[in-house]
Write a protein of this length. Structure first.
Length: 519
């Protein structure tokens, strides 16, 4: 039999799981570094090096890059920084996982705790939560056309959201930062902070446009004996592109963007003074591009000349039912947690958010979690001119989306998009945060796909049992096609016998004449 096939392709959610791990390690201070008097601020980033899908489990291997800013007993510098790599390897049991599946791994840093064992040794304890989202790739070739005369076919349409692009890529940003004229030359960089603000990705023709703003803060030792600790800030617009051949305007994009690696290099200016910083930053992009369209395929068929025996496989189609980017604005005053001295000026604020619980309703998602702020500031205390304080605030936010049933597969990414900290009167600090909620949901429809059509001889005994002419009363669920197949005739014949009827409803009366007479 001559028929045409099309390959149906999809990726559907299979399983989700969270796992919490603890990394404990004692680290020695390098011989070139001064003694540690007090840890001021800590941070870290997880670098996942390997993910291996196995039967019923996933192996994950990587490292936690720990960075710390600390106070020293050196009166000429006061501050120093250190960095350590803390490796980890874990296995997580997820029932039903196969080596052919895909996994997306996200992490949150729940806690970084440091204990000063002595001035040359630090105990570091990190608590991480990993979220695993397992997806399954589905491929099936289904029949979409049958090129045979005297074969009546039943076509079905399904509205689906095809995953056109599913890949990871890196956007690179290179900038040259020049120190303001009133700042001393750089001797040593102590601490840096790079933040992305209002990052947006737009799908263009064969490319993805990324726009936003990048904020850079640098704390450094300067060539100034009176003021050895200096700082500088810059705000740089982000406007870059990623090549994506499959992308076209009108497609639906969900592009997760997180700050990746950062490299800073001090360079001399034209006068030979160390006043230029070469900055190389990467944005890690998790790219998923979707396209909504309708697929027509053959669901059934019959012939007056032979028996047709269809073969079916079940296939899961996914349709986009909800997509939303919502922003929660938060404004909270906290009492200052200063140990010594008074706050003179906020140097930088680093924000993060974690999600504790998500509840799906027919109107959207109810999200509960906590946003946090780490504030680095100048103090009036001579021995510790730079200090930090941490604050946190629980939140509940509703992400609205229509047309949900409450049983969809969904993905939710939450990140702090903007955060500022301003000292106020009364020994308080006001923190303003914008938390971005990026949400997408799919409805899964399982339908049978005809993958083959076998041919066999007609069952004449069965055909003889069908009356040659019959009066038929339409029942619930009947169609002209189903009636024609049951009574061995054609839709055209039924229409001819019934005044070219096009639509039928329960209770309608039809005259049906069998096409083939067998004696």
């Amino acid at each position: 039999m001559d028929f045409e096939k099309k390959e149906f392709y999809g990726i559907v959610a299979k399983a989700k799981k969270q796992m919490q791990i603890t990394i404990d390690q004692d680290c020695n201070v390098a011989d070139t570094k001064p003694d540690v008097e007090k840890m001021i601020q800590t941070r870290g980033i997880v670098k996942i090096q390997e993910t291996e899908m196995m039967v019923d489990r996933v192996r994950i291997k990587g490292e936690f890059i720990f960075q710390g800013l600390y106070g020293t007993n050196d009166t000429s510098a006061y501050l120093e920084s250190l960095e350590y790599s803390l490796p980890f390897e874990e296995y997580v049991h997820i029932e039903g996982v196969l080596p052919s599946d895909y996994v997306k791994v996200k992490y949150t840093i729940d806690d970084i705790n440091t204990i000063l064992i002595n001035s040359r040794k630090i105990s570091i304890r990190v608590l991480l939560t990993f979220s695993f989202q397992i997806t399954e790739e589905m491929k099936e070739k289904g029949i979409i056309e049958i090129h045979e005369e005297n074969v009546s076919v039943l076509k079905k349409d399904v509205q689906i959201t095809d995953l056109i692009v599913n890949k990871k890529d890196i956007a690179r940003l290179k900038e040259e930062l020049v120190l303001p004229a009133n700042k001393a030359n750089i001797y040593q960089i102590l601490w840096t902070q790079v933040d992305m603000e209002n990052l947006q990705a737009k799908i263009g023709e064969h490319m993805i446009e990324i726009q936003g703003a990048m904020h850079i803060f640098v704390l450094y030792l300067g060539e100034d004996a009176q003021m050895p600790v200096q700082y500088a800030r810059w705000e740089i617009p982000v406007d870059t592109q990623l090549e994506c051949y499959e992308c076209m305007p009108g497609m639906i994009g969900r592009i997760g963007m997180t700050l990746g690696g950062q490299q800073l290099e001090i360079r001399p200016d034209e006068d030979g003074e160390e006043r230029i910083i070469s900055l190389d930053v990467t944005i890690d992009c998790d790219i998923k591009i979707y396209e909504d369209h309708k697929i027509s395929y053959i669901d059934d068929g019959y012939s007056m000349e032979e028996t047709l025996i269809p073969e079916y496989h079940m296939f899961d189609f996914e349709t986009l039912v909800g997509k939303n980017q919502a922003v929660m604005k938060a404004d909270k005053r906290f009492r200052l947690e200063q140990e010594l001295g008074k706050l003179l000026q906020v140097l930088s604020v680093k924000g993060s958010a974690t999600v504790d619980d998500v509840e799906m309703t027919t109107q959207g998602l109810s999200v509960e979690g906590v946003w946090m702020a780490d504030v680095l500031y100048l103090s009036t205390e001579d021995m510790t001119p730079v200090m930090s304080s941490s604050y946190m605030e629980p939140f509940t936010f509703f992400v609205e989306t229509k047309n949900l049933t409450g049983n969809e597969d969904y993905q939710l990414d939450v990140r702090v998009d903007q955060m500022t900290a301003i000292p106020t009167e009364g020994e308080e600090i006001e923190i303003r945060a914008s938390v971005l909620f990026d949400f997408i949901a799919f409805h899964r429809v399982r339908q049978r796909i005809m993958t083959d059509m076998k041919q066999g001889p007609l069952d004449y005994d069965k055909i003889r049992e069908i009356p040659g002419i019959v009066g038929y009363i339409v029942k619930e669920g009947d169609t002209l096609w189903s009636i024609a197949k049951a009574y061995f005739t054609t839709v055209e014949s039924i229409r001819e016998q019934n005044e070219d009827i096009s639509d039928i409803k329960p209770g309608d009366k039809l005259l049906i004449v069998k096409e083939m007479k067998i004696f």
